[in-house]
Ligand binder design. Structure first.
Ligand code: GKR
Ligand code: MG
Length: 444
């Protein structure tokens, strides 16, 4: 049979691990390692397309099951291939509660494993056409430079755990030398922002909250706003604060917007409390928790709960993330993206979606500054002057480094499980610690 576009003759799924810092959030403390799944598609023209998605044992298994629906198909059929995988995802995630309460156990249902296959297909299709992936999404390229925010975290003293966290104090890069240290005070957070800004040129910042009391975290927000008066500053306690508390903490503050400041409580859903928060404070809201699928998105819009939807392509697929951006732009609302720890393939996935999302988008999240230096490609994108430049190189514009991938796979094989569990490291700090969606992790 003759085909018009190359045929996929191999799909590899490679779970990998990298090193992380002891970052704190409502879910607990990041462990010394983070995991991801890498997808590599080979076609009969000899090209390779690559994709990346969250690490998780069930995501790895799902990707393995997708092989049957991918191998043997033409790359030009990428839309229908993704549709067939999406249907399977919708079936398996149908009874999930989503992440309104930030349960990491439910993350696998919110994450679309097929987005890694989609990225690899778009990479191949872009190479075939000589076009960057952003040209194949939505209405095509909207911008060349994508603004990225400085994602600040409180960090525990990992030395107290005896766990194998890495130390980079000897690095001659001032950000790398600083980033594995504890950051537990207002001053430490401001220093973190300052040093990250010197290296990456960030204009805007987000502080991960849900760690200490809201009062203490808002002091850090105030200090950041004083230090960087032109920055857009956001805090994200992942819905930990009660509505009344969130209003009291944020009203009249220097926040430019608030990300999931409150959530489900006393019979009200997060979409309802966030709408009330907006009315009471006049502060714009962002979310990656209460609008993670089209039906939730509809309710969030009807309630007017959210101004900024953080449509992470790994939660939505790249195509739907940009589609959300198109809808938001028509409605005068704003697109952004959420992130989790990731490698450089996902950095490019985020960047191409942001390059294709229309309108006045907000600076995107990325955990990259905590992973920078651990590359799976030979030519990772870079954050400079607070932006990622998305070039016209075909596809995702990346060349995979198989030696690095295999090394990251070896590291993965040493772990007990590929699943994300932030309670384990936390229990070294607070014995018996358990996740509570309404209590900051250090408040026990
Ligand atoms: O990495 O700890 C973390 C974050 O808290 C992450 O898990 C969140 O999903 O960054 C995310 C967010 O914006 O909610
Ligand atoms: Mg968030």
């Amino acid at each position: 049979m003759s085909t018009r576009t190359p045929v996929i003759n191999e799909m590899q799924v490679i779970p990998v691990a990298g090193y992380d810092s002891m970052l704190l959030s409502l879910s607990g403390a990041h462990s010394p390692f983070f995991t991801r799944n890498i997808v590599i598609l080979k076609d009969n023209s000899g090209k390779r397309g690559i994709g990346e998605v969250h690490g998780n044992d069930s995501i790895t298994k799902t990707l393995e099951e997708y092989k049957l629906l991918v191998v043997g198909r033409e790359i030009g059929q990428y839309r229908s291939i993704i549709q067939s995988l999406k249907k399977l995802h919708e079936k398996s995630a149908r009874n999930s509660e989503g992440i309104q309460n930030l349960s990491l156990a439910n993350l696998k249902d919110v994450v679309h494993a097929e987005s890694a296959v989609e990225a690899a297909l778009l990479d191949l299709m872009g190479q075939f056409m000589g076009m960057p992936v952003c040209e194949l999404l939505g209405d095509g390229r909207q911008r060349e430079n994508v603004a990225v925010l400085g994602y600040l975290f409180y960090q525990a003293d990992s030395k107290k755990t005896g766990l194998p966290y890495i130390n980079e104090n000897d690095s001659n890069n001032s950000w790398f030398a600083l980033r594995r240290n504890p950051f537990l005070t207002v001053e430490a957070i401001v220093e973190q922002a300052q040093v990250a800004r010197e290296y990456y040129g960030f204009k805007d910042f987000k502080l991960k909250g849900g760690v200490f009391s809201g009062e203490k975290e808002m002091l850090a927000v105030q200090a950041l706003a004083k230090q960087f008066p032109n920055a857009r500053i956001n805090i994200d306690p992942n819905g930990a604060w009660m509505l009344d508390e969130a209003i009291e903490l944020c009203k009249g503050s220097s926040l430019s917007y608030a990300e999931d400041p409150c959530g489900a409580e006393r019979g009200y859903s997060g979409r309802e409390t966030m709408a009330e928060f907006k009315i009471a404070t006049g502060i714009s809201t962002a979310t990656n928790m209460i609008a993670t699928d089209w039906r939730q998105f509809y309710h969030a819009m009807v309630e007017k709960s959210v101004d900024i939807v953080l449509a992470d392509p790994h939660f939505w697929t790249m195509e739907d993330s940009v589609r959300i951006g198109q809808v938001l732009d028509h409605w005068g609302l704003t697109w952004g993206s959420h992130s989790n720890n990731h490698f450089d393939i996902s950095l490019s996935i985020f960047a191409h979606c942001a390059a294709a999302a229309p309108g006045n988008i907000t600076a995107i999240d990325t955990h990259w500054i905590w992973q920078d230096g651990q590359y799976l490609t030979k030519n990772p994108l870079k954050i400079k002057d607070g932006c990622i430049h998305v070039s016209n190189d075909p596809g995702l514009g990346l060349e995979i480094n198989m030696d690095a991938v295999l090394k990251a796979h070896e590291l993965y094989k040493k772990l007990d499980s590929g699943d994300h569990n932030d309670a384990v490291a936390m229990q070294y700090l607070i014995p018996g610690w358990k996740f509570d969606s309404k209590r900051p992790c250090m408040v026990r």
